[in-house]
Design a binder for this molecule. Structure first.
Ligand SMILES: [Zn+2]
Length: 167
């Protein structure tokens, strides 16, 4: 290949989304309709920029951090842990079916008995089914009200729920 072509190719690669992501402009938290980004005092140093007379590690002495003020549709990431009727053995390959006004959808637990779902605020009937046992329950996701810093974690806030199957 000609050197000129390689130069053009490398210039084109620099404009790809992944490169822009690491460069900064696309480095934004997962946002939903109604969420608002706002600079607010750093929760670690309470906006002083200092911890024990050293530059605060979290805000690097900048005193403020980008926060998401959650809107009414901001999802919570639910990490479900499914246990057998004994209450301690994890259940892989259990089928987990969610229902909502928009329909129903299913997924299987992984080898550690876990499943994940990003759920917008609401009440979701859930049915868990496996050879080890079954469970019919609800997952209730409340709207978020607390602004959260987004400098480290760009995903939705995580909530861990445990589900113990019945025989
Ligand atoms: Zn700080």
């Amino acid at each position: 290949m000609k050197p000129k072509f390689l130069l053009l190719l490398s210039l084109a690669m620099m404009l790809t989304p992944s490169f822009l992501y690491w460069l900064g402009p696309l480095r934004r938290p997962a946002m939903t309709d109604g969420d608002v980004l706002k600079m607010m005092p750093c929760p670690v140093c309470a906006g002083s920029g200092l911890v024990q007379n050293q530059n605060c590690q979290r805000c690097r002495g900048k005193k403020q951090l980008q926060h998401v003020i959650p809107g009414p549709h901001r999802p919570t990431c639910i990490e479900g842990h499914v246990y057998a009727p004994d209450g301690s053995t994890v259940v892989p390959e259990a089928s987990v079916t969610f229902s909502s006004e928009a329909g129903s959808w299913s997924r299987k637990t992984d080898e550690q008995g876990r499943f994940g779902a990003d759920l917008v605020p609401g009440r979701y009937p859930v049915e868990i089914d496996s050879p080890r046992g079954k469970l019919k329950t609800f997952i209730v996701v409340a709207p978020q009200v607390t602004p959260s810093p987004v400098d480290i974690d760009w995903s939705f806030p995580l909530r861990r729920d445990a589900f113990t199957l019945k025989k």
